[in-house]
Write a protein that binds this ligand. Sequence first.
Ligand code: NOJ
Ligand code: NOJ
Length: 588
Amino acid sequence: MRLLHIVATFSLAGSALSQSNTVDAYISSESPIAKAGLLANIGPNGAKCSGAKSGVVIASPSTNPNYIYTWTRDSSLVFKAIIDQFTLGQDPSLRSQIDNFIKAETFLQQVSNPSGTVSSGGLAEPKFNVDETAFTGAWGRPQRDGPGLRSTALITYANWLVENNNATFVSSTLWPIIQLDLDYVAGNWNKTGFDLWEEVQGSSFFTTAVQHRSLREGAALATRIGQTSLVSNYNTQADNILCFLQSYWNPNAGYITANTNSGRSGKDANGALASIHTWDIAAGCDAATFQPCSDKALSNLKVYVDAFRTIYTINNGIPTGSAVATGRYPEDGYYGGNPWYLTTLAVAEQLYDALTTWNSLGELNVTTVSLAFFKQFDSDVVVGTYPSTTANYAALTGAVKNFADGFVEIVAKYTPANGGLSEQYNRGTGVQLSAADLTWSYASALTAFGARAGTITASWGASGLVVPSRCSTAPTSTSSSSTSTPTPSPSPGSVSVTFNVHAITVYGENIYLTGSVGQLQNWSPDNALLLSAANYPTWSITVTLPANTAIQYKYIRKYNGKITWESDPNMQITTPSSGSIVENDTWR
Ligand code: NOJ
Ligand code: NOJ
């Protein structure tokens, strides 16, 4: 890389400094407000908890929209933040809150609800009434991130207890509820459900990522406390989930497609949220788990952020490479579709986590995948490894820090004078709207501020993982009712194979599959099988193929009667003896 322009660096440093002062001042005034705002929403004694039972977190005290419910996702993320503060020794007074939360969740797990009972799917019910009864109205259910997030919060606490001579409490009280959640994840991760925004029924990156994390650290905890019979299944399913996780990556457009089945661009805060909630500094910048500093997560972050530059009026005039207000996803229409505090803060947090990781590695690596992210700051950046002793490392990390602070500064700018954080701030005026005092907004402020201060949360076993070359179980769709549809079982001697191929096509052009067996039309281009573009740019088809057989295949394109074959060689798979597999390919 040519040296970053000295003059420009000097003038940038001046503005970076004043921005950093603004952010410092905001963090010192907002931190106590966020902490108090979060605790106010937890029963039984929180000032705004609206009659919530002990340990129950309300999403917000707002009655319009009515958020006086307890969501497993929100509560688990809020308590993960509390448990991190407690276990890192930052606030010993939080212990009684954690004890209350454990009791509340132990009870809620057993409450039968429209998703089922504790043993028939009820663990994926998204929300409950604050008196710990089931919410029986219509809702986007099930949501399968809850058990993963809850067990992750509790495992963090369990590990601390084991390290602090209280393994007995872990075995007798915590493990039974952790195990219920982990068994649920291990047995159901491959079923579709509603995403974290409660809107899309399909598979969702955030859900898959947090499920993966929970089983990995669950296996480690099980080993630690002698629950060894569960370990191999948790690890096997974690491998399968890690394999499936890769399929969300869109290599052509450089971002994570948040959901299957959404009919949207797939650009979504889902990716940044997954990255910060599965950060493990021991994994460095590993892309298989989409670590905050991985090339894929950084590329995704840029695409996600850029999707909001032109759609929100409050972002007008902000140049590329500077922070903007971001929301859940660009197509959002909830309350008119606005930026959210927790999504804008997630961008900052991912970048702070990335900076902490690069510092621990002593280097920063720019790859072809992350190049566009870094070029936002200096168009002369080139692919390479920059040791922390170099001027280029200092310039790049300085620019990333400045970019990250910019997102906090946006949040600061649109925080009202009393410091309260609702769910959203208006896309045209910046005035806050939707649910006031959103507990998750406060938690996201605390974790983003902690990340800026260099807080390192506990590792969960992300380091050194190897993605299996083939995914052994494909996700299966479920109806929205509480009972799940069993996977269709192919006839004996055959297996179900899903072929996914990323292929960019023009309107009217289609992707087909043909290959060396009758089920694949014996290499006939005319009779080749048409793939579905429901998840474009991924084209897919599921076919029944003979078991234990080596099969060759290729994808072909058809456009205006013209056939184009993929380049050589033929693709080859050997089918397993039973079950179902997924092949994830990229058009050649
Ligand atoms: C309430 C959900 O919580 C929210 O995520 C969604 O956007 C709206 N309903 C509209 O579907
Ligand atoms: C709507 C959000 O989309 C969802 O993620 C959240 O769980 C609920 N509101 C409650 O805060």
